[in-house]
Design a protein around this ligand. Structure first.
Ligand code: NAP
Ligand code: ZN
Ligand code: ZN
Length: 348
């Protein structure tokens, strides 16, 4: 086993702090890589603070990971030593169920999360990217184009795929009217992708502080959700709304902004049940849906789309010692637009 320096939480009340973990020696199909960068997703905060049931401690968060390959098993064909690679939210799945065969490994009942999960042996905990190195099966390791900055590409592995996938699934194309609620890590990627797909994008944000950024990211319109007039002005406007807010919102108000057959997609994870009135949907056959990250094939497609369209995340690079401070700033919506940890600068 490879003793590896990491940063994680010992329990839901503790800050993120250094600890040693064990990584497996690479087997025939494994890739061993040094972690270069890891993005901080809001989910890392939900998970490490025990907001979701089933938290496993000690927990090493991080599922927006970019690294450089240092060793490969003898059967590995997809990656070579020296390659820059990525790992997102999953590191394994059963590989033969309908979901796996369709490329929806993230929906597999046996999906193994990058952290806060057990490997398929049912015993070995998984640890995420706030660490010096990782061993991952080659089929769950993505290729990152040399055209992309490795640091700014890291958030694509979760914030990127989570927003790209629903835009594709709901067929966003030239002229589609897309609303993005919440301009954070997910939200700013949603704006970039929807604009690159030709959509007319409107950002709906709690204050007007991010208005200039929204336009720079590609949005045509901007609205403040604290202003009730917003919900009159934009009534019946959108084909698709991606809600990236990490808390509950007034779902009925957003349903009112959909046009006929429009869909409100929940990406953010509120802490309680979600409720809305059926009448809001009956009138004009609207839908409320949700979407979870994306499969391996679609994640590679998204990364290749980014290389082609010159899309990366807007980031603020930090060292691991600043991680707890960064969590506090994310909770205050004070991030433009993703913190990325430089793990090559992690000191023992
Ligand atoms: P983030 O960077 O913190 O962005 C969330 C944004 O929502 C904030 O920047 C803020 O935007 C807005 N917001 C925050 N609190 C709010 C409140 N109380 N009321 C209204 N708006 C509020 O978070 P993120 O990393 O993008 O993640 C967003 C959510 O998606 C989290 O719940 C996360 O767990 C979830 N997530 C889901 C998936 C999935 O597969 N579905 C994947 C990754 C993350 P403004 O300043 O513009 O208002
Ligand atoms: Zn995430
Ligand atoms: Zn499966």
């Amino acid at each position: 086993m490879l003793t590896t320096l990491a940063w994680g939480a010992l329990d839901a009340a503790s800050p993120i702090a250094p600890l040693d973990i064990l990584r497996r020696e690479p087997g025939p199909n494994d890739v061993l890589f040094d972690v270069l960068y890891c993005g901080i997703c809001h989910t890392d905060i939900h998970m490490s603070r025990g907001h979701f049931a089933g938290a496993i401690f000690p927990m090493v968060p991080g599922h927006e990971i970019v690294g450089r390959v240092v060793r490969v098993g003898e059967a590995v064909t997809r990656h070579r030593v020296g390659d820059v690679v990525g790992v997102g939210c999953l590191v394994d799945s059963c590989r033969h169920c309908d979901e796996c065969e369709a490329g929806h490994e993230h929906f597999c009942d046996a999906m193994v999360g990058t952290y806060n999960a057990l490997e398929r042996d049912g015993r070995t905990p998984t640890y995420g990217g706030y660490s010096a190195r990782m061993t991952v099966d080659e089929n769950y390791v993505l290729r990152i184009s040399p055209k992309l900055s490795p640091a700014a590409a890291a958030p694509l592995l979760c914030a990127g795929i989570t927003t790209y996938s629903p835009l594709r699934h709901w067929n966003v194309t030239k002229g589609s009217r897309v609303g993005v609620v919440g301009l954070g890590g997910l939200g700013h990627m949603a704006v970039k992708f929807a604009a690159a797909m030709g959509a007319e994008v409107t950002v709906l944000s709690t204050s007007d502080g991010k208005k200039g950024d929204a336009a720079r990211l590609g949005a045509r319109d901007f609205a403040v959700t604290q202003d009730p007039e917003t919900f009159n002005r934009l009534a019946g406007r959108f084909d698709l709304i991606l809600n990236t807010v990490s808390a509950s919102v007034d779902y009925d108000a957003y349903i009112g902004l959909l046009r006929r057959d429009g869909t409100l997609v929940l990406l953010g994870v509120p802490d309680g049940p979600v409720s809305f009135n059926a009448f809001g949907l009956l009138m004009r056959r609207k839908s409320v849906a949700a979407s979870l990250i994306g499969g391996i094939r679609e994640t590679q497609e998204m990364l290749d789309f980014c290389a082609e369209h010159d899309i990366v995340s807007d980031i603020e690079v930090i060292v691991i010692d600043q991680v707890n401070e960064a969590y506090g700033r994310i909770l205050r919506s004070d991030v433009r637009y993703r913190f990325v940890i430089d793990l090559a600068r992690m000191k023992p």
